[in-house]
Design a protein around this ligand. Sequence first.
Ligand code: HEM
Length: 119
Amino acid sequence: METLRHIVLFVHLIGFAVLFGAWAVQAFGGKREFTRLMSIGMTIAAVAGLALAAPWGLPEGAELNYAKIGTKLVVLLAISAVLGIGTARQKRGDGVPAAMFWLVGILTAANVAIATIWR
Ligand code: HEM
């Protein structure tokens, strides 16, 4: 079970890498638009993250930090709202406001900070 949990963590990190990588490509030299790859990466990170939020496959005595996990979930919901609203605007031809575009990168980085620094 512990190995399976590590595999789900691997999938979670791939999802994060796809989301942040797709965003970084747009931020540095791209058109600063939202892309399908960002939504795909976010969905992978969300599904695997929710699976990791349940207490299974943990080493003896280890506990989950639910305050931290809950905060990450709230941040992820904010990312999905911004991505959803921005993508809809883009489809209408209005374009993504710069603030919304940067917010997705900042919120994703915030979730990595929460994941790695909050113990
Ligand atoms: C864009 C959104 C997210 C990003 C960038 C992200 C990033 C990360 C990273 C970098 C790790 C590895 C940290 C480590 O093992 O020390 C991690 C682990 C984990 N994440 Fe996420 N995550 C996101 C969303 C979520 C969501 C929505 C949940 C659950 C509701 C979640 C739950 C977890 C859990 C349970 C772990 C296992 C390690 C731990 O307990 O801290 N993540 N995440």
